[in-house]
Design a protein around this ligand. Sequence first.
Ligand code: PEP
Length: 251
Amino acid sequence: MARRFIVAGNWKMNTNIEEGILLAEQIQHGQRNPETEVILAVPYTHLFPIKKKIKASSGIRLAAQNCHDRNAGAFTGEISPTVLNTMKIPYVIIGHSERRMYNNESNELLASKIQAALNNGLKVIFCCGESLDIRRSNEHVNFVKQQLEESLFTVDSTTMKHIVIAYEPVWAIGTGETASPQQAQEMHAAIRKMIHNKYGKRIADNISILYGGSVKGSNAKDIFCQEDVDGGLVGGASLDSSDFLKIINSL
Ligand code: PEP
């Protein structure tokens, strides 16, 4: 996977199926920059009905918001990476801060989920990012390094092409407070350097690193034009088709 500009919408647990189909169709039919890959991370219940409405030629791809680290078994309420693959869902988000927080997902578990997703042919959007306390204590780069080392860096170099990283400072998610373009660039450059040190220059140059945290149509351009920012993972603003299209077109 070469370094691409990606805008991914994370709908979280929002929209009913009719609303979701309408939103996906508005994005599909909207004026979009063809250079930007668009990914919609919709609720599990919406994956199949929305997939039926999205044309392969539209360039819009779907993602699940999570998956289990086993392929099948007695795990009530969980979602199988094997089933996502058989549904031809190309992407899965792993390690979103809301799952780390509300479902106690550890770096070790996330390593196992990443492996399960890759073994099932899924591409992974891996989320990392620090809390406000950690940012204030100026430990944010070390904290993210540990998140990567304990989960993502268990992946071997041949499968790194199936990974997209999303840096999402927890203090900026859903809060309306965005990292400044300089803060985003500093962390993205640090992450790219960590990838370089672990996997070498070619993989570091090619991996897409997205920024997430209160991205809107009004601030996307300033963040996305930073050298090491390759697009965004967008929560709230992805539920509004015109704002989301503006973000897609802010390359
Ligand atoms: C997210 O949930 O990944 C996110 C970045 O949310 P928001 O854009 O609403 O801050």
